[in-house]
Design a protein around this ligand. Structure first.
Ligand SMILES: [Zn+2]
Length: 131
């Protein structure tokens, strides 16, 4: 069975947002750095004055790999795992879904959509978008 994310106290607001169909990230009030994944302090200045912001869920492929062997049972292959540069100025891992892996390229414009998992969580994935 495909493993599913296990929310922590730190990541729960992210998963709650995904359940609403929203992608969110953390922003530092002290220096305005935006980052992901969630951490208790700013990755730039270590301020703990960070807050959640909503993302439009649009970005582009920074780098990617095509997986031909499932990392554990339950994953579809081939599949594309990418680092996506989100327009608001941070990056995150995500799967590029609904696209021929041979056609994925660096710089490909993508947008988020949410996949419902076996434990009821909604996982953000990405799909190509028209510029
Ligand atoms: Zn900061």
């Amino acid at each position: 069975m495909r493993p599913v994310p296990q929310p922590t106290a730190l990541s729960q607001p992210f998963w709650d947002a995904c359940a609403r169909g929203e992608l969110v990230f953390l922003e530092c009030r002290a220096c305005a750095t935006r980052f992901f994944p969630p951490l208790p302090a700013c990755v730039h200045c270590l301020s703990e004055d960070v807050h959640w912001r909503r993302s439009a869920g649009r970005g582009s492929v920074y780098s990617f790999t095509v997986m031909h062997r499932e990392p554990s049972p339950g994953f579809a292959v081939p599949s594309v795992l990418a680092i996506v540069e989100i327009d608001e100025g941070y990056a995150m891992f995500g799967n590029i879904v609904g696209y021929d892996p041979a056609e994925v390229s660096i710089g490909l414009p993508v947008e988020v959509f949410f996949e419902e998992l076996a434990n009821g969580l909604r996982l953000p994935n990405f799909r190509p978008r028209a510029t």
